[in-house]
Design a protein around this ligand. Structure first.
Ligand code: HEC
Length: 166
């Protein structure tokens, strides 16, 4: 389906309404792959380690290898094997998506409870666990989009006309 503007859609169907500024604010902002939308703030690997142990480890495992919830690191080079292990480290093409995902939905029981600095820090810790950034990495709106994920070039865009893709 072609991308239509929400307003045109409701005129056409008589359904829905344009969101108010408050509704948009409550839904929050989006961080794009190129880092557009990232807020001010910063976090380090060591700050992130402590936050991770406190708020994430119970479900994702002490070293993010998975416990009750998904493994977040590991599985690199497994994608073309018989048992692909899709994790943030092995599969996700952009580090910025990790920031956006955590801000929207983690910790599972209390999304929105971490500050922007804490999110930068926990992202730094996870990327360090995955061997993607060094121990001394400091992540912020400038440095995070420059992080190159291992599977960055592993995706192709779907250019069939009926998908609405480019
Ligand atoms: C109460 C359990 C729980 C806690 C605590 C928790 N998570 Fe999760 N997390 C989940 C569940 C459930 C999923 C859904 C994916 C799955 O496990 O299949 C998930 C998914 C994720 C994913 C996406 C994984 C993927 O590849 O799709 C990321 C990234 C993530 N969590 C990060 C975090 C971080 C960072 C924290 C701490 C700030 C955290 N989580 C705390 C349960 C939890």
């Amino acid at each position: 389906m072609p991308v239509t503007h929400a307003a045109d859609e409701s005129e056409l169907t008589g359904l829905g309404s344009e969101p108010t500024a408050e509704e948009l604010g409550a839904a929050g902002y989006t961080v794009f792959p190129d880092g557009k939308g990232l807020p001010e703030g910063r976090g380090t690997v060591s700050e992130g380690r402590a936050i991770y142990q406190q708020f994430c480890a119970a479900c994702h495992g002490r070293n993010a290898g998975g416990e009750d919830a998904a493994a977040l690191v590991g599985g690199r080079d497994s994608l073309t094997s018989e048992r692909p292990r899709k994790t943030v480290e092995s599969y996700w093409p952009y580090a910025t998506t990790l920031w956006d995902y955590i801000r929207r939905s983690m910790p599972y029981e209390s999304p929105g409870s971490l500050s922007d600095d804490e999110i930068y820090a926990v992202v730094a810790h996870l990327l360090h666990l995955g061997g993607i950034v060094g121990e001394d990495a400091v992540l912020d709106r400038e440095t995070l989009p420059k992080v190159e994920m291992p599977n960055r070039d592993g995706f192709v865009s779907d250019d069939r006309p009926d998908t609405g893709g480019e």
